[in-house]
Design a protein around this ligand. Structure first.
Ligand code: ATP
Ligand code: MG
Length: 421
């Protein structure tokens, strides 16, 4: 018996329809902000993620699906999109003295413990802006997020949290002070935090352990270390958000799991999905392009998790399951099947929004109509001997129960264009 791989999911038709609707709305918002789509490969050199995401991060330390290519090089299924995006922009020359705004979408892979809202293959839509370093870019990226929630009717269920990580030198000084403060308390830390103390001490800030959090209450605060320029950047960003009417909470404990962030970081969070409450996360990563071999290039972006967005929509909204078929076409004479297929294609051409399903496999009218009903079709078209000889078909409104009418293809198109028969 072949089984689904742990942490993977099948998206079955009814859910896939929701996915598509949600993706389309998100992409419409990104289009409206003039972000352009980039399609990226699933496989990258492992080195790309080790350098950019960071060798000491959970992702690179233990979550990547890596394999040895036939030439001996180590390649990995992408665990996130930003590094690939920066690599592609750099390699294609698109970053040469130009501001660029792009988005990507698709599956990402991380070997994590599967649970609600956390999978080993999951899907992101991400947006990235390369070039200008100012807080106006950060504000616009956040505005895009707010518009996406509005387009999905989720505004009331998602809150924005913000923080600043300052410039690299300020952050390094704070990190060292934090590690020095925590080292004498190593024994009181949870296991993960103790391990991070030497490798990646800032990550200790988002530990879920209450003992660790208690220790952190008196830890050195970034406020005392932040550089003036980053502080001004953060103030300007908050001013812009105020002007836009976008509410936020400053969360000084938010550090993000990836090494490449600096200055602004933000998360869009919901309370409705338990521990997996972050539906979208992003920030500024001005150092990234240089880390992977380019010239210093300011950059900022975000990625949203589609599974979590979908789960949230399901949690807050009545599903209105849309039937998979609009018009069910009953074929009463097997020898007419070819003529019916050709005629229905003319109807599809004239009615591009409607979904037509032609009955296959023969059978009596009664059982064909039963099938039409089961799949939720609004209309049935009956192709019988008499109608076909007359170049017509019988249109039946399955909801009103009104008597059926024999119509030409043109008349059917006209009738269904109005949406009501
Ligand atoms: P988390 O703290 O939930 O692990 P993260 O900080 O690792 O998230 P990012 O790398 O910033 O997440 O990815 C951006 C978004 O992608 C997350 O906010 C989340 O919505 C989604 N995401 C990340 N990992 C997963 C996963 N394993 N399964 C489903 N969605 C995920
Ligand atoms: Mg994670």
């Amino acid at each position: 018996m072949a089984n689904l791989v742990r942490g993977m999911r099948d998206v079955l038709p009814e859910e896939a329809r929701q996915w598509r609707a949600v993706e389309e709305r998100i992409v419409e918002v990104l289009d409206g902000f003039a972000y352009e789509e980039l399609r990226l490969p699933l496989l990258e050199m492992t080195e790309l993620f080790a350098r950019s995401v960071g060798a000491a991060t959970d992702i690179v330390e233990k979550e990547m699906y890596s394999l040895t290519d036939r030439d001996g090089s180590s390649i990995s299924l992408r665990p996130e999109g930003t590094a690939s995006c920066a690599r592609a922009m750099l390699e294609s020359g698109l970053l040469r003295n130009q501001a660029q705004r792009v988005f990507y979408r698709g599956p990402m892979f991380r070997h994590e413990r599967p649970q609600m809202g956390r999978f080993r293959q999951f899907h992101q839509i991400g947006a990235e802006a390369f070039g200008p370093p100012g807080p106006d870019v950060d504000a616009e990226l956040i505005q895009i997020g707010a518009e996406i929630w509005r387009a999905l009717d989720l505004t009331g269920d998602i809150q924005l949290e913000l923080n600043t990580l300052g410039a690299p030198a300020a952050r390094a000084a704070w990190r060292d002070a934090l590690a020095a403060y925590l080292r004498p308390h190593r024994a009181a830390l949870d296991a993960d935090s103790a391990r991070r103390l030497d490798r990646n001490p800032l990550r200790i800030l988002d530990s879920k352990s209450s003992d660790t959090q208690a220790l952190l209450a008196d830890a050195p605060r970034f406020d005392d270390y932040i550089d003036d320029e980053s502080a001004a950047h953060f103030e300007a960003l908050k001013g812009l958000l105020d002007e836009l009417g976008i509410a936020y909470v400053v969360n000084p404990r938010m550090v993000r799991g990836l090494d490449y962030y600096g200055r602004t970081v933000f998360e869009w969070i919901t309370e409705r999905l338990g521990a997996q409450g972050t539906v979208c996360a992003g920030g500024r990563y001005d150092g990234l392009v240089e880390i992977i071999g380019g010239k210093p290039t300011a950059a900022a972006g975000f990625a949203l998790g589609l599974e979590r967005v979908l789960l949230l929509r399901q949690a807050v909204q009545e599903a209105d399951p849309e039937p998979p078929v609009d018009v069910y076409c009953c074929v009463l004479e097997p020898q007419w099947q070819g003529a019916v297929l050709a005629t229905v294609q003319r109807l599809r051409d004239g009615l591009p929004g409607l979904r037509f399903r032609v009955h296959v496999g023969g059978g009596r009218l009664k059982s064909q109509l039963k099938r039409a009903d089961q799949c939720g079709a609004r209309w049935a078209l009956l192709f019988g001997e008499d109608e076909l000889r007359d170049n017509r078909m019988a249109l039946k409104d399955l909801r009103s129960g009104a008597p059926q009418e024999a119509l030409t293809a043109e008349a059917v198109i006209e009738r269904l264009l109005g949406g009501t028969a």
